[in-house]
Design a protein around this ligand. Structure first.
Ligand code: SAM
Length: 252
């Protein structure tokens, strides 16, 4: 399956509409508290790998000096507009080397783009190299083997200025023996002028919590898994709801 990634390119303008900033407030604050609690040092600087539109950063920056890294120029443009005080850099989270360390590294809905253990290990290596001793790495995956449901469909409806977007997501795993599945998106974009239908597709990684923990520990982290439960506002407009996001806290 070919990934098109329109959501992070030509359709990036829709990102703040389908996942509004207000959805991130409580869950980002909650994550920051978790990071602070787990870290052996005060969290004053934070590196966000796969920072996307900068929605988490908008809340992280209240507590720490933030640096964001992302592959997509269109997403970085959104992030810079939202958080002019954050340092945003183009880079691949598997290979980025900034030549400095941070008290915390976060990755939120971006590590799921790693489709195999080799790529996952590279991200963990980047996180490790950018952390101070005693610093904390926190990341969420979109789903894991325990939660994955073949063919599941989720839907959200949200409004922007003069536009209403119904966003439908369908997960499908053609081969349960490998470490990835397909995500298909349909966007119903309704304006006064009419309806436009767009589609997108990604290949995302599918791992068990145990597989992820073992890679983290292999890299030298002390790591644990938690079922991260988003607040009600994060689920606003969502058809099915979900019980949790698989999350990992790892300390260097
Ligand atoms: C869902 S968005 C993250 C949204 C983000 N949590 C926020 O607060 O706005 C996922 C991001 O991961 C980025 N991404 C995917 N693979 C990447 C890689 N190898 N290196 C850096 N960024 C990557 C995409 O470009 C996209 O912007």
């Amino acid at each position: 399956m070919k990934t098109t990634g329109k959501l992070y390119g030509r359709l990036a303008w829709a990102f703040p509409i389908i996942t509004p900033l207000r959805h991130y407030k409580k869950e980002t604050e909650q994550a920051f508290r978790l990071m602070q609690k787990a870290a052996r040092i005060p969290v004053r600087t934070l590196l966000h790998l796969g920072c996307g539109g900068g929605h988490n950063d908008h809340f992280f920056r209240r507590h720490a000096r933030v640096t964001g890294v992302d592959l997509s120029p269109a997403m970085l443009r959104l992030a810079r507009r939202l958080n002019p005080d954050v340092a945003y850099l183009a880079g691949d989270m598997r290979k980025v080397r900034l030549g400095r360390t941070y008290d915390a590294v976060a990755a939120w809905d971006s590590v799921n783009h790693m489709t195999g253990p080799a790529d996952l290990a590279k991200v963990f290596d980047s996180a490790y190299r950018h952390l101070e001793k005693g610093g904390v790495f926190f990341f969420l995956l979109d789903t894991d083997r325990a939660q994955f449901r073949q063919g599941s469909v989720d839907g959200y409806v949200n409004r922007g200025k003069g536009v209403k977007i119904a966003f439908i997501e369908n997960l499908y795993d053609p081969d349960p023996r490998d470490t990835h599945y397909e995500t298909r998106f349909v966007f119903l974009i309704r304006r006064k002028s009419g309806l436009k239908v767009e589609t997108d597709r990604f290949r995302c990684g599918l791992f068990s919590a145990g597989e992820v923990l073992s890679l983290l520990r292999k890299r030298g982290f002390r790591a644990r898994f938690l079922r991260y439960r988003p607040g009600a506002e994060a689920m606003e407009g969502c058809a099915s709801g979900r019980a949790y996001y698989p999350a990992f806290i790892a300390v260097k």
